[in-house]
Design a protein around this ligand. Sequence first.
Ligand code: PLP
Length: 215
Amino acid sequence: MSIHSNLEKIKNHINDKVTLVAVSKTKPLEDIKIAYDYGHKDFGENKVQELIKKAQDLPNDINWHMIGHLQRNKVKYIVSFIYLIHSVDSHKLLSEINRQACRIRKIINVLIQVDISEDGSKFGFSETNVINYLENFNIDDYQNIKIKGLMGMASFSYDEELIKKQFTLLNKIYQKFKKKFEFEYLSMGMSGDYKIALNCNSNMIRLGSNIFGKR
Ligand SMILES: *Cc1c(COP(=O)(O)O)cnc(C)c1O
């Protein structure tokens, strides 16, 4: 299957309120270029170094999404060009993004990552912690950040009921804070589980292998 036909197939499956983030991690520039020339603008990477390199070498109207764990000391390298950081998993990281964004007088869009998987292998706030955090969060204290929504990854499992339960939980938290933060993005769903995620109200899916093939 070609990157073109994969994209075509997926785009026919989803409605235009859903943002498709093409996860290009580990894939060469040529693959991204093919998707880009086809008209695709949203790409996701999970490593800062790779992200910077690709952003330098590719057209600058690409929307770059940081979807992997982000170390605080690397925030400064991406704030100037990043479109959306999906992986804010601690208050310290959020403060650092705000600080670096302030330095260059920008507002950075972020999502709060929630660990819905219950296997403890994923980054993110726990359910209880994220609820506490968002309840007590004073938006005016962080002028250079806009929390646009939530991101989560379900367990790697064939148990569709379990995955559905985890996505439903994330949507519940999303709905609870939607008004306060004017949320726009619920980022959940990968190649293996995006159909379940869309049924649970996801409007941003992150697909790698379905588009670019196995890694
Ligand atoms: C790699 C990755 C994806 C895409 O995974 P696929 O199974 O290839 O679709 C999505 N989200 C995150 C956070 C990832 O690290």
